[in-house]
Design a protein around this ligand. Structure first.
Ligand code: SF4
Ligand code: SF4
Length: 409
């Protein structure tokens, strides 16, 4: 493993951090609290045994189960001492001064620790920063650091560039967590935010390096060709992580891992992805990939599920994934998956097409990517919610109901 030093300290962090928001689950993925404990434990401990020393979690991850899982299982048997724990104050849930203290104490309890190494204000933007200031967040941050309950203070950011600067200048933060990847280089804080934070002497932690897996799982038409013709042969994950770690301001990159092979591959890639190691030709390859992705992708959804649950029962991340699949990979697959996920395999067994959206706007207020969900639903309806898809879904439901009756009787 390669290590980089946190600015203004002698702390060495592995350049690969373990994101604990997409742990393996028994059912339901990131939006589920049913963590597959045996598998997740063995995966995280494997990563630690192979040099990873930074675990990133947050109060709402896996509906609250991520922090408890780390405390009850992962950090036992001497593993607490081997890693730095990062977790986040859920600013979106804070409605008064008292709840900051209550939630922070709850987090110490869930993680079963006396202190948190890296503590972040979660998912900040201009208005949440103003709100937190009004609840006395500066006094709280000063105090928990003085008491030794937090070693380093930072914030994760999903907002406009100018607000990033305002927050970065608003407190003596030790580090920031920013979204950055092959495609999203100017998005939100972007490269400008990375460089600004670095100049201020802050550590820079990168999130969403693979955009929820969409930059590496299956290559869209055209992108695979660019990679095939590249001067060196690498997997998409290799290109994506190497691109981030090439930047001298980056301290580490987080990856939300739940597949044994991906963990092994990421550890290997991060061991030799050094600063300024990409050639101009390699950078050109990455630029071509970026252009192709931007041309094909309809919605920049990362599948994080922060927008869920939807009161109308719509599986918003699935709808956008199907739409992107339709345009980037296979029309047939996009349509069939849409019939399956929104028309057949729903929680109550009834179809929840995007056309049933009640326009409440809840999802848009929670989306860290600022996706105009309702506007983008028009594309889903145009391309995916065709009569034939509804006929397929209706037939599928009949089969499913028949099976259920058969099983019951
Ligand atoms: S605006 Fe529509 S999709 Fe969004 S939460 Fe409300 S009902 Fe669901
Ligand atoms: S719409 Fe936004 S909040 Fe919902 S899954 Fe996509 S990126 Fe996440």
């Amino acid at each position: 493993m390669q290590y980089r030093t946190m600015p203004n300290s002698d702390e060495k962090l592995s350049v690969l951090g373990y994101g604990c928001m997409r742990l393996p689950t028994l059912v339901g993925g990131a939006a589920s609290n049913l963590i597959n404990k045996e598998k997740a434990l063995s995966q995280i401990r494997y990563a630690i045994d192979n040099g990873v020393n930074y675990l990133d979690t947050a109060y709402p991850y896996h509906l609250g189960a991520s922090e408890s899982f780390l405390g009850e299982y992962v950090l036992k048997d001497g593993y607490r001492e081997k890693v730095k724990i990062a977790t986040k104050l859920p600013c979106m849930m804070i409605n008064n001064r008292e709840s900051i203290e209550t939630i922070f104490n709850k987090q110490l309890e869930k993680l079963q620790v006396d202190y948190i190494d890296y503590y972040l204000l979660h998912s900040m933007n201009g208005s949440s920063w103003e709100k937190m200031l009004s609840f006395g967040i500066i006094e709280f941050m000063d105090r928990v650091k003085k008491e030794g309950k937090v070693k380093k203070m930072g914030f994760s950011f999903h907002g406009k560039k100018e607000d990033f600067i305002k927050i970065a200048d608003g407190y003596n933060f030790d580090f920031v967590q920013i979204q950055y990847n092959i495609v999203d280089i100017h998005f939100q804080a972007g490269i400008e935010g990375i460089e600004y934070a670095h100049k201020k002497g802050m550590g820079v932690i990168i999130m969403e390096p693979l955009r929820g897996g969409s930059l590496v799982s299956k290559m869209p038409k055209g992108v695979d060709k660019i990679y095939r013709n590249a001067p060196v042969k690498r997997t998409p994950a290799d290109w994506a992580l190497r691109f981030i770690l090439n930047h001298p301001a980056v301290t580490l990159v987080l990856s939300g891992m739940n597949d044994d092979n991906h963990i092994k591959e990421n550890i290997k890639i991060c061991s030799d992805s050094f600063v300024n190691s990409l050639t101009e030709e390699e950078k050109d390859t990455i630029q071509s990939v970026r252009d192709k992705f931007n041309e094909l992708q309809q919605v920049p959804c990362t599948g994080c599920a922060y927008c869920m649950p939807c009161p109308a029962g719509i599986d918003i991340p699935a709808a956008f994934k199907n739409l992107n699949n339709y345009h980037m990979f296979s029309k047939r697959e996009g349509l069939l998956y849409h019939a399956a996920y929104l028309g057949i395999q729903t929680k109550d067994g009834k179809p929840h097409w995007t056309s049933t959206c009640t326009n409440c706007g809840l999802c848009e207020r929670k989306c860290p990517q600022f996706i105009p969900v309702r506007e983008k639903f028009k594309l889903v309806q145009r391309d995916l919610e065709k009569p034939v898809v509804k006929i397929i879904a209706s037939a599928g439901r009949k089969v499913m109901n028949g099976k259920k009756r058969g099983n019951n009787g």
